[in-house]
Every structure is written in structure tokens, then in C-alpha cells.
Write a new protein. Sequence first.
Length: 765
Amino acid sequence: MIKYKNKELKIEARVNDLLNRMTLKEKVGQLNQKLYGWNTYQKIGDSFQLTEKFKDEVNLREGMGALYGLFRADPWSRVSFKNGITAERSAEVANMIQQYVIENTRLGIPVLISEECPHGHQALKGTVFPTNLGVGSSWNPELYRKAMSQSATEIRSRGAHLALISLLDILRDPRWGRAEECFGEDPFHAAQMTRAAVKGLQGEDLNALKANNKVAAVMKHFCAQGACAGGLNAAPASIGERELREIHLPGAIAGIKAGALGIMAAYNEIDGIPCHANKYLLTDLLREEFDFKGIVMADGTAIDRLIELSGDYASAASLALSSGVDLSLWDNAFTKLETAVNNDNNLLKYINRAAAGVLKLKVQLGLFENPYTDENKAQKIFAASKNKEINLQLARESIVLLKNQDDLLPLTKDIKQIAVLGPNSNNLYNQLGDYTAPQQKGTGYTLLDGIKEILPQTAEIIHHEGCQIRGNAQTDIQAAVNTVKKADLAIIAVGGSSARNFDTNFDINGAAIVENQNTEMNCGEGVDLANLELEGQQLELIKAVKETGTKVIALITQGRPHAIPWIVENCEVILSAWYPGSEGGKAVAEIIFGDYNPSAKLAVSIPRSTAQLPVFYNKKKISSKYLDMENSPLYKFGYGLSYSNFEYSQLRIKDNIIKISELEAGKKVKIRFKIKNNSSIAGSEVIQLYIQGQQGSISRRVKELKGFKKVYLSAGEEKEMTFNLSKEELKIWNQNYQYAVEASKIKIFVGGDSENNLEAEILMS
């Protein structure tokens, strides 16, 4: 048997054998991901056929390294249920792709099929989970792992292998349109979610990856894209080495330790160096210091942008490849790699390294033994009832109760008349987020759907949108006010929308171009804001309803935190739903009417005003204050209400004086305390542990999250809880940029948010 096809041999031996058989052209072909997947097939009647464009690409490259977005469906790709590939037919088309590549190339190397999975697979019938800000607000990594495991099963059953997933961006400026793709503003919290996602997608080891229900995770974006200047997409990240290491790298490190097999470079630059040309970032840190063994994928057309530095495509390709990029995405530059080698023969070693990485991943996925997918598998998986259950639970745990004046919630179901108003009250797409495929009619729950299902038929539900997200078109606030006069109470759903439509214009990389008021989209990739106040007539709608004396439950459905000081001051109840996915409307209704006790906590601070930014909790100590506004956020990181009342007590530390040598030897700081549910309602509480370092070689942040647990307590139940702090949680990047424990005083804070805490202290010497 040919060595590279022999599954009994070690991966390295198989890859080396294959590399030695390949021509330069074939190796370069493995590094190109030039073609859009939706251009590889054509639907004719009820049949699919491969396009000449696809066949030409395979023949031109003498193979195909990876194919992006075979199943992508959205307004940019122009793919819908009319012309796209449904779940049931996906494996059939994937097998056609594989068969052509294998049978029409000299070495028969299978192709990697890469798919977007920011909050579920962006494909027809793909499960749409809450976006990452909602996932972060759940503070439940284990539940998120289950959700991503479900996504992996869906993706692999269709015949795809790579999940491109936003995991690494830390939200430092919520004006950024891609805020919804971040887990929040804290690196420790985001790192736990990243680890869960990788484990869910890939499983525990490579054997799980070959089991045909797992996919390789490609973590986006490396690095510091969330620190974009001015909140503008792809803008420079004006940060230093310490900020990079303390805030923006922990997620990547956690993902690598969890086994992530792919990472995507970011569009931005750091200290004048674009990430795709940053050898220190992609090689010195990622591969050598962090021991990353997977592939580095470029972001869409990003390598072509390096022409500003290099002057031409071949030089741009050489720069990216030698810096550490392995696999292109749609760019022209990597198609010129043969020319680049002619200019610099030293580039051959980088081509061999990159090609080896791509081939290794194909071996790890078992594609040489089993390149084809069971064409009956997807239908069974998408029919499984557990799919919606996980999605619904994640939606429930993602919705934050911010205000509940006089315990107005939960409402009783014997309510006679209720008004459901606002632009986000009955628009499914407005609660799904960016990177979402078209949805079939009757899929998912809007707020109105959820309330109709939960209330008895005797209740009168009066609905009116009142206004739109943006602009003044289709605004009829007076009609909405008239409906309120017939109701006992009003629920007003406002906020934002990342819903693309088929009239949207797009940049070359798929980012939306929103230049006028003809779209409701005010969030998502390419849609940045200068002002975080609600757009259009939304605030005017709420004010008009409040003038009637009606009590208002404000539901803010959003992809970024909006500045809502008037709403906080004047509305009785405020709920934040961070694009809660297709089951979101049902989850919100369950919370409003008491079928579910809210447990979510903010993963990002909500500002009082755009003028406050930045407003994250883990800042450095500042004594100065604004003259015209408080420094503090409107709602702080970690905050969230419940229908239960939790009380913390008896915080104690066994050894509050500890030697550094003991920590280095494995000793941990054991922190004990009690938590009690002082209410008649069972509920879950997110317990949070923070530290504050003092008397060290560098100035420390006012607080740093170092532990959290979600615990369920029955009515009246009390539990003793324990946290263990190891040297890893107590290390810092000291004055000499060494990651180590140093002599210092550490304050310990334990509680239900980032401010109201029990306190203790330890000394490290």
C-alpha cells in the first residue's frame, strides 16, 4: 500500500511520504482556498451539478486544499432555499465535490470543506444559537460545549470538516459592529467559553475527530481585533505587549490547550504590523511559545491587502507565508506563490511547512480513508428533538434581567389584555444576529409567538410595531399608543438588528455596506456605530407609551450594549436579549411569565453614554472623574437579577499567608464560603471570584475575574462552596515580561457580580 494511504502509519510518516511525491504546483494548490463554495454547484430542477468554474479551479491548481462555504446561505452568497443545498441533500453534493477532486487529480488528495459557525452552522436548516454575547451571559461553558457539539454533528453530517468560529475577540469598544461575536470584555471568562467550544466541536482527542460527528475548530480572530480604534472594523489595535498578553491572548492559549486545530489571522494591525504579516505573532508566539500545531488560515482577501507593504501579489504572498499563514481565503496573492518561489527559493521551506499542515489536518480528519459522507445521516440528525432543547436552554440562560421594579415580574398568566409593541416584537431575523442563513416560514419563535403560546386563549394580545429600528419609515407611534390604552401592561421590544437582506450591498469580503436608511441592519460585520443610543424613533415610542401611565417591560434585543439611561430611569422592567437565536422569543416569554427563573449575568458593561467609552470593568485605577457624568457604567460586568434572592456569607481562606515556592510546588489557595437562596423560588446563581493585586512590580487592574461557577439552589437551600486559586491564576506579566508569581498582597472578592462582594486577603512572599 502507498504510505500516505496507510492508516496504520504515523501521521508524520504519511504526510512526509505525500509531500515527497508532490510537485511545487500541487503543494501550492493545497494552500489555496480561492473559490467561493456556492460557485461550485448549480441547482437544476431537483438535481445538482458541478460547475465548470469548479472543475477549472481543480485543474488549474492540480488539486484543491480547501473549499470555503459550500453550504453558506445568506444575501451575500445569494443562496436561499430556492437555489441552495438543504441539509438532506448536503452530503450528496459534498460527495460529488470529493469524487471529482479525487478522481481528476494525480494524487487524489481529498478537499477540506470549511464552513462558518459563529453561532451555529450558517447553512439552510442549520440550528441558530444565541450569538456570543448571549453565550457569554449564560456563564455556562458546559451548556455551550453541548451546543457546539450539536453544531459539529450537523456540519459533519453534511460533509464539511472545518468550523470557522469567532472565539478570540475581546470586546473593548461596543461601537464595533462585530461586538455580537465576542463573549464579553473579560479574558478569563472568554477563555473558558473558548475551551468549551473547541471541546464541543472537536471532541476530547483525535479519535473523536475521526468519528464523523466532529469537526476541526478554526478560531477567529488572531489577534486583538476587538481593540479596534474608534470601534471601526479592522482598525489598528493601539495596544502594547502587556495589554496583548493580559487581555487578548488568553483565549487563544486556552483554545490551543484544548486542542484547536486551526486559527484565523485578524484583519487589524498591532503596533504598525498587520496580523497577516506579523511573524512575532504567528510564529514566535503562536507556534513556538504556545506550541500551536495546527494551521493558520487567512481572513477573506486579507493577504491581498499586504500589497500596501509589499508592492505586488507575489511579494504579499511571500510575506504572509513566511510570517506564518498556511491557507489563503479568496485572495489573489497565494495564487502567485510559484512566482514568489522563483523570486526567492528560500520560500520553499515555508511552502513545505504550510502544505504539511494542511495535509496533516486531512489525515487527522480521516479523509484519506473515508472522504465520503453517509447521505442518509443528515436527515436523522436534523430530525432529532434534542436539537431545539439545547438551543432553548441556552437562550433561556442568555437573557439578562436588568431591572424588576417592585417585583413586577414574573407576570401572572391570568392577565386579561397585554400590548406587545416595538420593531423587535415580531421579526425573527432581528433576534438571530449576523452570519445567519435564510429561515423557513414557521421556524423559531419571536416574542409575539412566545407570548401567544404561553398565555391562555382568553388573554387578549394586542400587537403593533410602532416604529422601525432605523429611520422614520413605517412609523406610527400614535397607533401603537392607541393599542396600549386597551391593555393592562405593555411589553416593548426595541434594540438593534444584524439582519442582512437581499438588497444589501456587500464588500469584497462579505461585510455589509450600510450607507442609508433603507435597511434595518445597524450591527454586524462592517456596521459600526459612533453613537450607542437607540436609533430611529424607538425611544420616542417608549416615551409615548409611558406618557399614558402604562407600566412598561422593555426588552432590548441587541448585538452590542446600547446606552439606555432614560429607559433605565423610567421603565419598570428591563430585559437584555443578546440576539437569543431562533428559540429566543419563547425563552423571553417563559422568563416574563415565570416558567423560567432568569440566571444570566452581563458579560459586558452597559455604558451610560457613548462619551464614556471605554467603560470595561477591569481597568487600571484612575482617580480622575468626569465633571458631567459618573465614571461607572449603567450596569456593571457580572450583573444580573433573578427571581430568587441569594446571600453570601462566611468567606474564609485556610492559608492566607503563602510562599511563592509553595505555589510553584502545586499548593493552591483554598477559598471557602456559603451561599443561600433566601427565597421561595428555586434558581441558579453565577458565583464570581475576583482578585486585586497590590504591592507588586507593576500596577494592577482594579479587579480581575479568576473563577466562576453556576450553581442551582432550591428554595431556602444553603451550600458551602470552594474555589482553588493556583499559580496560574496568580501569575502576572511582571516588569521584565516574565510570566510568574511575585511577592504581593492579593485581595479576594466573592459574590454575584463584579462589585457587591465579600472580601478577604492573602499575602504571597
